[in-house]
Design a protein around this ligand. Sequence first.
Ligand SMILES: [Fe+2]
Length: 202
Amino acid sequence: MAYQLPDLPYAHDALEPSIDKKTMEIHHGKHHQGYTNKVNSALEGHDFADLPIEEVLTRIKEVPENIRQAVINNGGGFANHKLFWQVLSPKGGGEPKGEVADAIKKTFGSFDKFKEKFSSTAAGQFGSGWGWLCVDDSGNLKVISTANQDSPYMHGLTPILGVDVWEHAYYLKYQNRRPDYLAAFWDIVNWDQVEKNYQDAK
Ligand SMILES: [Fe+2]
């Protein structure tokens, strides 16, 4: 069955002023739709098309070589954006809650130290990519960045929070000022969802 572009869980202008309406319209309606269409066309007729995209990416080495890069680019793009919309909320911001808050404190020393590491990792990703908070197979938290649309699932990691640092995510409002976009990102993080993702992952 073909993957479907998920609806945004809020209006296009709901994340303002952190992310502007026009950016959201293009990002969701054009970019995410594009990845969705292209992964469907790459996987058409393959057994992998019936699996959740997260499983396809985890098993990426088994995907036939002639379509593997297309699945990495577009299946990654499909999955990465699907998570991204979920971990944002107009009612977001503030501090983490629940067990993930304790795990962040234990792993990074404090929430502020985690924020600093996550932001600098995302800011330092050269070119297009993503910043992530992931859970590894021992249940430990890890901050990483990935290039292009590479997914943490391909590295055996489960992403629970991500930020898109492709220019298409911020250029209209912030131009080249990626750090300003990253600073505004913290005001819209949906920590309830991050806690849920953490519980599901560990
Ligand atoms: Fe994006």
